[in-house]
Write a protein that binds this ligand. Sequence first.
Ligand SMILES: [Fe+2]
Ligand SMILES: [Fe+2]
Length: 214
Amino acid sequence: MRQRRLSLLDRLITEADTVLRTITNQGHSAARPSPSQGHADAELSEPERKHVAGLMRVNHTGEVCAQALYQGQALTAKLPTVRDEMQQAAEEEVDHLVWCEQRLRELDSQPSLLNPAWYGLSFALGAVAGAIGDKVSLGFVAATEERVCNHLRDHLKTLPEDDRKSRLILQQMLEDEQRHGENALEAGGTDLPAPVKDAMTAVSKVMTGSSYRI
Ligand SMILES: [Fe+2]
Ligand SMILES: [Fe+2]
């Protein structure tokens, strides 16, 4: 009994630590080096630099949302295996978060000021999905990753041709997100109804539109 209470306390401290690290953009470290490491930066014009920074800011906010979503789901997921799987995926999202933030700094820019709000919303959505049930929760992950992959493909199309550093980051992220989505479906994730997916697309459009600028 005593051990169980301690483990719950440990979990709460870890969760609080993750929230603070994510919304303050401090203290996270990537398990894998950035795919852009060792590659020379391109000579970008000022409009190009601003455009790439906008894209990387959107992707960074997406990763903040992913952290929150996984965290919210892990909190309410019923099966320990689902919880473990989500925590593992959340750890991979930390790499993406750090890579995007590093790239933003290299571009002389910064993460979105709206990240705390997106964190809160995503956490709540994740917790609700987890509370409904593991199949819905996993389906929510799959549908989210599908939308993230669509953004990443769009961004890869509009990146300046010679911005190899950003391209390598986004390509690796795309590969990882596709795998996260496939794993969620293989683990039993349900295909969410079209209206839910449409609502998710609408919310993600608000996120991408605002984070590109602010
Ligand atoms: Fe990610
Ligand atoms: Fe992912």
